[in-house]
Design a protein around this ligand. Structure first.
Ligand SMILES: [Zn+2]
Length: 297
């Protein structure tokens, strides 16, 4: 009886071993089929996705996807989920804005230590730098160049393709600046109240004089006291222009406008799109912004 028990025991152990071995090899097979030589790039959120889409344009064997949906808004307000983490699995490179916007990136580092994390804002520095840097076209060009350099280093067999894509995208962005040179100049030094965190860097690019108040993309959450202060500052400094993000809540801006006679302008933050957004999305959004800027008097 004792012998039978131990035989059963051995049988059980063998079964467990076989299962573990079987499961293990299935996992390895799955990995092998996934690892078909494709260089996988995952971008953190929409502006990074558009940037990476341009750099990876028409390169065979390079696949780029976005970790988050194009309509989530700012990644710094986003609650990181296990679904998000799963989407980074198998990535050779994870592209993020950086400067603290993707506060969850430690979880990615921990789960996938072999995935290279490229922080594209790495070369952008400055005192009290607002991390939403992509709305400044000069900063954005720096991000494109830095991302390209890192992709060339991490995926050297496609070095020339990344370099060619970078050159063509940067040329388009420089053209955008040239084409709108007069509009950009027309608002230089103009005072503006900005009610979305993604827009001060756009104003910096325009050399506007920004009256910034703490909003965290949610200007509707402004306290009555802050609202009073904003109105006083606007009137004292004779600020007649308010920028808010397109499709955002207008109530605070309207309350301020009613007390100051200021005009509200809704601008693209270049961080919201949809599944059909194409590589030119950033340029299209910026062109729309310049059309609106041109109406400021
Ligand atoms: Zn944000």
């Amino acid at each position: 009886m004792k012998k039978l028990k131990s035989l059963l025991g051995i049988g059980l152990v063998l079964t467990i071993c076989l299962c573990l071995f079987g499961c293990g090899s299935r996992t390895r097979n799955a990995d092998t089929s996934k690892n078909d030589g494709t260089f996988n790039i995952v971008s953190s959120f929409y502006p990074m996705h558009i940037l990476a889409m341009n750099l990876t344009n028409k390169i065979d064997g390079v696949k780029e996807t976005s970790m988050s949906e194009p309509n989530i808004g700012c990644i710094h307000d986003h609650t990181f989920s296990t679904d998000d983490l799963k989407k980074v699995e198998g990535a050779d490179v994870y592209i993020e804005n950086g400067l603290g916007l993707e506060a969850f990136n430690n979880k990615i580092k921990k789960a996938y230590p072999d995935t290279a994390i490229v922080e594209v804002a790495k070369n952008i520095t400055g005192e009290d730098l607002n991390p939403h840097v992509w709305t400044n076209i000069d900063y954005y060009i720096s991000q494109v160049k830095y991302a390209s350099k890192q992709l060339q280093r991490l995926n050297p067999e496609n070095k020339n393709s990344y370099a060619a894509n970078e050159k063509s995208y940067v040329a388009k962005l420089e053209q955008l600046k040239t084409d709108n040179g007069n509009t950009i100049k027309s608002v230089e030094g103009k005072k503006v109240l900005v009610l979305d965190e993604a827009l001060p860097n756009f104003c910096k690019f325009l050399k506007m004089n920004v009256i910034e108040i703490e909003t965290d993309h949610e200007e509707e959450a402004l306290s009555a006291d802050d609202l009073k202060k904003a109105i006083k500052t606007m009137n004292d400094e004779k600020v007649k222009t308010i920028f808010i993000a397109k499709d955002s809540d207008r109530s605070t801006a309207e309350a301020i406008a009613a007390e100051t006679g200021a005009t509200i302008y809704e601008l693209n933050t270049c961080m919201v799109g949809n599944k059909n957004s194409t590589a030119d999305a950033y340029i299209t959004d910026m062109k729309e912004n310049f059309k609106i800027i041109a109406t400021i008097n």
